[in-house]
Design a protein around this ligand. Structure first.
Ligand code: ATP
Length: 890
């Protein structure tokens, strides 16, 4: 017999589990040994060895290796070995950088791995889906991705989208009924849920009957796509730029070689110099360093509670011009406490804070007992029944579940009610779960007499419209216009105090059949009353909004809450003032995207919106040229999250579907974290610009010094091995240290970056060329001065040129730290850079003064007086232009 044909008892027998307590930990580890982890087998990874060898597949590197081999065969052993060693070292560096980048990307993937809620040893716990074993009892609800193959044993309005398996994108409804018959296809197994499919509605519980490769998903081999690695726009642009730079470098090198030969230089030397120059000048390290800078930034972001799921988001973050954020939990603390009750035309206050169920009920400061008042009794007890939250005492009182429901539960507990006792009086027969489009939830209960009731709780303005009577003076009264405006007035007066309001209503049912759709029950209700709860703003949000404003980023609050509540909180957070325009869902419904476009720039608060409206808002903002960051948590938020330039999902309250559509996950659901991520995004981009500037200026300098020398019919200012050394040292540590630089103090004072801006925007091209040109000229001048003084000692002049070039680059690197000038910030503020430069200088001195290496690098010891010349010349490229800036300012 197959699982879909069995009843729960048969399943329990077959799979050996306990529906009430789940598996024990020992049983779990036994089954894990037997069945392995719940994973689909992944595609082969590139092996470390392959990655290492791929470092040498560059055309110019191969030419260099062949050339060295030839020079080795011709008897130039030392040169050949040294060049090989440097090429190898370069390869190791590249390998290390790529490996590191890959590792950190892997670590990221792990962090955003899906989780599942399972019953183990009698308790519901959250585990990585990978750890599910057959026999586990799994709980899931709207927005979850199913982690293994399950036989459903409990279902509430459950719908699952199975297109990953069946291709059918319309969700199928699911229940627990046994299915008979031969050859039942996956699409018809309405009592099963399969790995990789997505819960779009309702909730349920299932027993795991297959994991890993033993699932329907595991059997479809071609589904095992390896995750794509996305390139960021900058990486793409750099790749294109890289191609251009290769051509430019090759042309210039060729020019050096040809002119050199024409000026009478030896062909063989010119060839080796040319190849070395080409290897040095082609910025092959650029993509790897960019990836490292990105992934290091991403790691810094994790420390600040945001996980980047798609690398391109790091860059886009720096361009964000609007943040659309949910209110509840993101801008507010989501720590709700009921403070006001309204029933029977009376307002009561509730004292106490947080989830501790201790507090008093007061009517105009007079103590009241809600259990003795039939209206408040119903208001509190029904809100407890129509509720999934749990409060447990672990040290202090902790909430498990939705904070809104937790607050209702605590209010009831303060009155002395207990959910367990209520459940003995009222058995829950059916449930229509909450969703943010309907903004309500309903349960059907049966009391001891066998009478059935529907209890609905939800947004008051919606429940008022669905009610036909109101429970007052101990009886149901017709909800006439006068009552309606009284209710509306009550709602508004709570909302004006920034309270989140929930209404409770009920009705007696005269049927015992199950309802197939919520709309059959959620009508003709009797309104009982309101509970108003506070949800204080997060203290850090106010400043975060202000900082965003200074950074040219607009903050928009989007909430499902009542317009008046939203306005009150918007004002508290400094988003709007009393005259600001606040749009609600109803208004959005009447507008086209074009119409919304006209006014959207003036709106900072949207209230009573459904997730569907978010998409419209994103589109309208994008049409106005904005780069939009949008937060969300539910299934219905997914389209807007996907459409936004930066889709942000909540780490705590977010569903799997929202997380999968997002490019950024907030681990703490906090608005201030978005601001921190944007700041980091801007910083990462600036750091990348810094080392592009440094690397390219260095390369321009290297090529030009050789080119000018050849044009002026001079001897070679650098020998091949020196060129390679310069390239290794400067491409290595200092460039990486720039990637770790702290942001400049004004990164959040500048307007957002234009996403279309090219690599060389904002004067970067000019800086590269001018500094590179000066580095080349200064090196040449140092060379010429020393060489004309003593034309017999070419090696000495070459050592001076070599040192000048290295020092010029090492001084210039400090200038690259600022968009403004080297003195705009403390030049030694980046300790990594200081150490990178110090170690590069020490390496330079070793290469010059340690005789065995001096032989290899063709250097000779430099006299102290010439160091003065070297330092002076090396300072020119950086300080000449700073000086000119200074003069201009004066
Ligand atoms: P956000 O500000 O993040 O959009 P929100 O909590 O304001 O979130 P929803 O969760 O969609 O938005 O809630 C909308 C309305 O639905 C709330 O104002 C409240 O009246 C009602 N509501 C919220 N949670 C529940 C619930 N668990 N049961 C019944 N009604 C609820």
């Amino acid at each position: 017999m197959k699982y879909h044909e069995m009843n729960p008892e048969e399943i329990r027998e077959k799979i050996q589990t306990d529906f009430k307590r789940g598996l024990t930990e020992e049983e779990v580890s036994r089954r894990r040994k037997q069945f392995g982890y719940n994973e689909l087998q992944d595609g082969e990874k590139q092996s470390a060895l392959l990655l290492f060898f791929s470092q040498f597949k560059d055309f110019m590197v191969i030419v260099l290796l062949v050339a060295t081999l030839i020079s080795g065969l011709l008897g130039e052993y030392i040169d050949a070995i040294a060049i090989m060693a440097i090429v190898l070292l370069n390869g190791v560096l590249g390998f290390y950088q790529e490996r590191r980048a890959e590792k950190s990307l892997d670590a990221l993937k792990k962090l955003s791995a899906p989780t599942a809620s399972v019953l183990r040893d009698g308790e519901w716990i959250k585990i990585p889906s990978k750890e599910i074993v057959p026999g586990d009892i799994v709980r899931f609800s709207s927005g979850d991705r199913i982690g293994a193959d399950l036989r459903i044993v409990e279902a509430n309005s459950l719908e699952i989208e199975e297109s990953a398996l069946t291709g059918e994108s319309v969700p199928s409804s699911k229940d627990t009924d046994i299915i008979h018959g031969e050859n039942v296809g996956i699409g018809d197994m309405s009592n099963m849920a399969f790995m990789g499919t997505m819960v779009t509605r309702g909730s349920g519980i299932g027993v795991v009957i297959g994991t890993g490769m033993q699932t329907a998903m595991g059997q479809i081999a071609d589904m095992l796509q390896t995750a794509e690695t996305l390139q960021t726009p900058l990486q793409r642009r750099l790749e294109q730029l890289g191609k251009i730079l290769i051509v430019v470098a090759l042309v210039l090198t060729l020019l050096v070689v040809v002119i050199g030969i024409m000026q009478g230089h030896d062909i063989y030397t010119m060839f080796l110099s040319g190849v070395s120059l080409a290897v040095a000048a082609i910025p092959e390290g650029l993509p790897a360093i960019v990836t490292i800078a990105l992934s290091l930034g991403v790691q810094r972001m994790i420390k600040k509670n945001s996980i980047v799921r798609k690398l391109p988001a790091v860059e886009t973050l720096g361009c964000a011009s609007v943040i659309c954020s949910d209110k509840t939990g993101t801008m507010t603390q989501n720590k709700m406490t009921v403070t006001h009750l309204w029933a029977n035309n009376e307002v009561w206050n509730v004292s106490g804070q947080g989830y501790e169920p201790i507090g008093e009920f007061l009517k105009s400061k007079r103590k009241m007992d809600p259990t003795k008042d039939v209206h408040f009794n119903k208001l509190l007890s029904f809100a407890m029944l129509c509720n999934h939250a749990e409060i447990c005492k672990k040290g202090d009182y902790k909430l498990d579940g939705d904070p809104t429901e937790g607050a209702l539960l605590v209010a009831g507990m303060k009155a002395g009610f207990s959910r367990d006792k209520l459940l003995k009086e009222y058995k829950i027969i059916q449930e229509f779960p909450f969703d943010s489009a309907r903004k309500m939830m309903t349960i059907i209960v049966q009391d001891k007499k066998g009478d059935r009731y529907a209890i609905t709780k939800g947004a008051p303005d919606i429940l008022i419209n669905l009610s036909e009577s109101v429970f007052a003076n101990g009886r149901q009264q017709y909800l006439n216009q006068q009552w309606k405006s009284q209710l509306q007035h009550a709602v508004e007066s709570l909302a004006e105090q920034a309270l989140r309001t929930i209404a409770i209503s009920y009705k007696k049912l005269n049927t015992k059949t199950k309802f197939s759709h919520e709309s059959e029950v959620e009508k003709d209700l009797t309104f009982i009353g309101l509970q108003g709860m506070i949800d204080p703003p997060r203290p850090e949000v106010y400043d975060a909004i202000k900082e965003c404003r200074e950074a040219g980023i607009k903050t928009v609050m989007i909430t499902g809450d009542h317009v008046i509540t939203a306005k009150a909180i918007g004002k508290e957070l400094g988003l709007i003032n009393s005259n600001s325009l606040v749009l609600d869902g109803a208004a959005l419904d009447t507008m086209s995207v074009d119409e919304l476009e006209e006014i959207v720039d003036d709106v900072s608060v949207f209230a009573r919106v459904s997730p569907e409206h978010k998409l419209k808002i994103v589109k309208a903002l994008q049409n106005n040229g904005h780069i939009v960051a949008m937060t969300g948590d539910g299934v219905n938020d997914a389209p807007a999250i996907k459409a936004a330039d930066i889709g942000i999902a909540m780490g705590i309250t977010g569903t799997d579907v929202a997380k999968e559509s997002s490019s950024l996950i907030l681990l703490d659901d906090n608005f201030a974290t978005i601001k921190a991520a944007i700041q980091e995004g801007r910083n990462i981009y600036e750091n990348i610009r810094k080392f592009i500037r440094y690397l390219l200026a260095s390369n321009v300098g290297e090529i030009l010094v050789m080119l000018f020398a050849m044009i002026l019919a001079m001897p070679l200012p650098l020998v091949p091995i020196q060129i390679l050394w310069v390239n290794l040292v400067t491409d290595g540590l200092p460039a990486m240290a720039l990637g770790l630089d702290k942001p400049e103090s004004d990164v959040m004072k500048r307007p957002p970056r234009n996403p279309k801006e090219g690599v060389f925007a904002r004067g970067l091209g000019w800086k590269v060329i001018s500094r590179g040109f000066l580095i080349g000229i200064a090196t040449l001048i140092a060379f010429v001065i020393v060489y004309t003084n003593n034309p017999d000692d070419l090696a000495y002049a070459q050592t001076v040129a070599f040192s000048t070039l290295v020092l010029a680059q090492l001084i210039h690197v400090f200038d690259c730290r600022s968009e403004h000038s080297i003195f705009a910030r403390n030049p030694f503020g980046n300790t990594y850079l200081v150490w990178a430069v110090i170690s590069s200088v020490i390496l330079l001195l070793i290469v010059i003064y340690y005789p065995p290496l001096a032989t290899v690098f063709h250097t000779v010891p430099i006299e102290p007086r010439d160091w003065l010349l070297i330092i002076a010349m090396a300072s020119i490229p950086t300080f000449l232009l700073v000086g000119s800036l200074f003069i201009k300012k004066k």
